[in-house]
Design a protein around this ligand. Structure first.
Ligand SMILES: Nc1ncnc2c1ncn2[C@@H]1O[C@H](COP(=O)(O)OP(=O)(O)OP(=O)(O)O)[C@@H](O)[C@H]1O
Length: 294
């Protein structure tokens, strides 16, 4: 079953582009990453899914229901962490969380305690006295306290220190194992790589790639670094499929895409003293897509 499904979802802000013809679906139990540079349209997509803003054209469904028609009902089953959190500063953390919990028909007391303990959040402090990162933790607890079926997170880790990021990811993994579907936006590639099953890359309001993380990595360039016994002609490896060829002394670096046997045969004809073959990291893969589309 698809938990999220969009159909040519489009949102314009007057004349300026927000998102254009966004099509993707997220399956039940999946962790789906939404990645793109600043201003690409990540928050616009998320806000449209949550019917905080309405589409200009196209539509979206969550749990099989149209988000505009069934917004309030759908939202009861969603945990949402906005990219920036704002609160009434004068409240105590625990009072704010109890107030949030009162919107759901279940007792969230134990869950609040548990989440606060994991995230190292002092429930008795006033919101006013919290740092930016601690306010973010309040948002995280608020988003997870009712054990939602779908968790939507907009740039969730900004403001959290590395230890807290780790704990937060552990929490998400726990919720996912219990069945929650997770959709999160990010421009931090390593966190997408760690958590997600699939990822959509968004650029200038449009999805330019939607792929399994594993396929993204497999179908791509491999990085070669070869050290030879004697210096080669600089164009020796300049064959079809080779890119970014650079040589310095006896060391040659390049990226290769194509039938791996072709390049291995080419390598076998020279005396080498060392060889390194690496998968490009996601950052390199994404930069490749961004620049290709420009
Ligand atoms: N309220 C608004 N009025 C006008 N234009 C807007 C509004 N909100 C967003 N936009 C524009 O829509 C586009 C997408 O913005 P959006 O905030 O969705 O991007 P984003 O991918 O979330 O970026 P970031 O990582 O910087 O948060 C941008 O060009 C932005 O300027």
């Amino acid at each position: 079953m698809n938990v999220i499904e969009t159909n040519n979802l489009t949102k314009s802000y007057g004349k300026s582009r927000g998102i254009v013809d966004i099509n993707f679906s997220v399956k039940e139990g999946e962790v789906f990453g939404f990645i793109g540079p600043n201003g690409a349209g990540k928050s616009t997509t998320i806000r449209t899914l949550l019917s905080l803003i309405y589409p200009t054209s196209g539509s979206a469904k969550i749990f099989g229901k149209d988000v505009v028609e069934h917004g309030p009902e759908i939202k009861k089953e969603i945990g949402y962490l906005p990219s920036e959190v704002f609160y009434y500063d004068n409240m105590k953390v625990i009072d704010l969380l109890k107030y949030s919990a009162s919107f759901y028909k279940k007792d969230c007391t134990e869950k609040i305690k548990y989440l606060a303990e994991v995230m190292n959040l002092d429930l008795n402090k006033k919101i006013d006295d919290l740092s930016f990162g601690n306010k973010k933790k309040v948002g995280i607890v608020q988003g997870l306290l009712h054990e939602p079926k779908l968790i939507i997170l907009d740039e969730p880790t900004s403001g959290l220190d590395p230890l807290m990021q780790q704990k937060f990811f552990d929490l998400l993994e726990e919720e996912n194992k219990k069945g929650a579907t997770i959709f999160f936006s990010s421009h931090i590639l390593s966190e997408v790589q760690r958590l997600c099953d699939r990822v959509a890359i968004i650029k200038e309001g449009r999805i330019i790639k939607l792929e399994k993380i594993s396929t993204l990595k497999e179908n791509n360039y491999k990085k070669f670094k070869i050290e030879t016994i004697s210096k080669l002609d600089k164009n020796y490896f300049n064959i079809a499929g080779v890119n970014k060829l650079e040589s310095k002394g006896n060391v040659v670096n390049f990226m290769f895409k194509g039938n791996i046997n072709t390049i291995m045969q080419k390598i076998a004809t020279v005396d080498i003293s060392n060889i390194w073959i690496d998968e490009p990291d996601l950052e390199e893969i994404f930069m490749h897509y961004y620049s290709k589309e420009e």
